[in-house]
Design a protein around this ligand. Structure first.
Ligand SMILES: [Zn+2]
Length: 503
């Protein structure tokens, strides 16, 4: 389990509370050096970090750019993950969030600019110099570092294979034989993970005029490729996994010995951060994972990544301190994980990890469905009327809840308050042998009983519960603090406890 001492920078002094896989453990085996971070377009509203990862052995230099278009979040997410990778040879220059203004607005173009002027990936030299702010800074990186390759990470709106109007699920490479040969290898690697023929990758030649990839090759002779995933039909963690596999295969082909393709958080992450995985596979509600991520990222010293069920089955939980299952459908999340993924989750908590479940994630943590994880000794009652309704409901602190969860929230000074509820589980003690009884932190006082649900079931049952499980800890929220103004601190405080703070 992560010890809270890590959060306060005492980590090197504490050896008794090693997390499942500490950054130090990874770093010992790899020739990884601490990455340098600089800001490009510094002092402007477009200012953004640039990471420089340098291996001890010399090798190729690769410039990796994500987030050129603000509505294509996968590139930014995977480039961010790569900043935590180790490499055995060469150098990576990584700009995860090239167009911060467009990413914040979640739109393709820079806010306030129309047409090509607002499209960052049309600002690179066709003739002369780049025409606008951040493009000038990115072009400057090319001139300073003189990379062997430029990889630009994008997403299309549909699968090119079935809809040629979109470049989704393709690799677009510069007009060069080496680039073409590599693109074929990368496509073979990613296609091996895709069952649906219409969703397989196509190879396209020559990036569009004005793009970084086109200009790099034509103006500077730097080989270039654009990796395009597809936003349609796939959750973000799925697209990130494809981008990550392409990047891993590409860097491996160059002999740069990158971290394994399943590395979501590698050795480059500061050891004094709580590493949180938010599940966004099938069964999570629309927008639930990204809402949860942005709420949890409000916690200082906490780093959040979205993961899907194939990631869980590939063992990525060992890179994290806490896994979070947000709202949606508990049975559908359980189905997506499968028997193997559920076993991985249980083993993760038993070995010292933290589990946080909200609504559907709370159902998943319970002990009395055949798909339950059983990390909490809690049975869900009146299962027949799970659609009991949505709305505000009154809850009351227990002394333990108030002491451990209330700090910094709008409910800090009150005993009774309202929280958003959406068909969450009604818990009673599970009476399962061999796991500790849960402790209640919040208790329902009000009630919602629609769609045929009988009255009187919900009041006095526990709305938020927690307990240890093996070496780890688990907590479940039946209601939705992340959807209630003023109550986000309840989740922040729960992360501290799940990461090992206090008893
Ligand atoms: Zn794009």
């Amino acid at each position: 389990m992560l010890c809270v001492a890590r959060i306060f920078g005492l980590w090197p002094l504490i050896s008794a509370c090693l997390p499942v896989l500490a950054a130090q453990d990874l770093a010992q085996d790899s020739p990884w050096k601490v990455p340098q971070v600089t800001l490009i377009a510094k002092g402007t509203e477009a200012e953004t970090p640039c990471w420089i990862l340098t291996a001890e052995e010399t090798g190729p230099t690769v410039l990796i750019v994500g987030g050129m278009h603000g509505n294509e979040p996968s590139g930014a997410a995977v480039a961010e993950q790569i900043t935590s990778w180790s490499i055995g040879r060469g150098q990576l220059i990584v700009v995860p969030r090239a167009n911060v203004l467009a990413l914040e607005a979640e739109q393709r173009r820079t806010p306030g600019k129309l047409g090509d002027v607002g499209d960052l990936n049309r600002q690179f030299p066709r003739d002369g110099e780049p025409s606008a702010g951040i493009a000038t800074a990115l072009w400057g990186l090319l001139e300073i570092h003189d990379p062997d390759w430029v990889i630009d990470l994008h997403e299309g709106f549909d699968f090119h294979r079935t809809n040629p109007k979109s470049v989704g699920s393709s690799i677009i490479h510069c007009a060069d034989a080496r680039a073409e040969a590599l693109a074929l290898k990368l496509i073979a690697a990613v296609d091996a993970t895709i069952e649906e023929p219409g969703q397989r990758f196509d190879r396209l030649r020559t990036p569009v005029a004005g793009s970084l990839a086109r200009a790099a090759w034509e103006k500077e002779g730097v080989r270039s490729m654009i990796f395009e995933t597809t936003t349609k039909s796939h959750v973000l963690s799925h697209r990130v996994r494809q981008h990550r596999l392409l990047m891993h295969t590409f860097l491996s082909e160059l002999g740069m010995q990158p971290s394994p393709a399943a590395t979501v958080i590698g050795p480059g992450i500061a050891p004094n951060q709580i590493r949180v995985a938010v599940f966004d596979g099938s069964g999570t509600g629309k927008g639930a994972a990204s809402t949860m991520r942005s709420v949890l990222e409000g916690q200082t010293g906490c780093i959040v990544r979205l993961i899907g069920s194939p990631d869980v089955r590939a063992g990525v939980l060992s890179q994290f301190d806490i896994v979070v299952h947000p709202g949606g459908s508990g049975s559908a999340q359980a189905k997506a994980l499968g028997v193997e993924g559920r076993a991985q989750e249980v083993a993760f908590v038993r070995a010292g990890g933290g589990y946080l479940g909200v609504c559907a994630g709370a159902y998943l943590a319970s002990c009395n469905y055949d798909w339950s994880l059983g990390v909490l000794d809690a049975q869900v009652i009146d299962r027949k009327h799970w659609r009991r309704g949505v709305g505000g409901v009154d809850v009351e602190w227990t002394p333990l809840g108030k002491r451990t969860l209330a700090g910094g929230s709008s409910a800090q000074e009150v005993q009774l308050f309202e929280i958003q509820y959406a068909n969450g589980p009604i818990f009673l003690p599970g009476e399962v042998e061999g796991i500790p009884d849960f402790q209640a932190l919040l208790v329902y006082r009000g009630e919602i009983a629609k769609n045929g649900a009988p009255k009187g079931v919900m009041p006095s049952t526990a709305a938020v519960i927690r307990s240890s499980f093996g070496q780890g800890r688990a907590m479940a929220f039946s209601p939705h603090p992340e959807k209630t103004d003023g109550l986000h601190a309840l989740l922040h405080n729960s992360l501290l406890w799940l990461a090992g703070d206090g008893q």
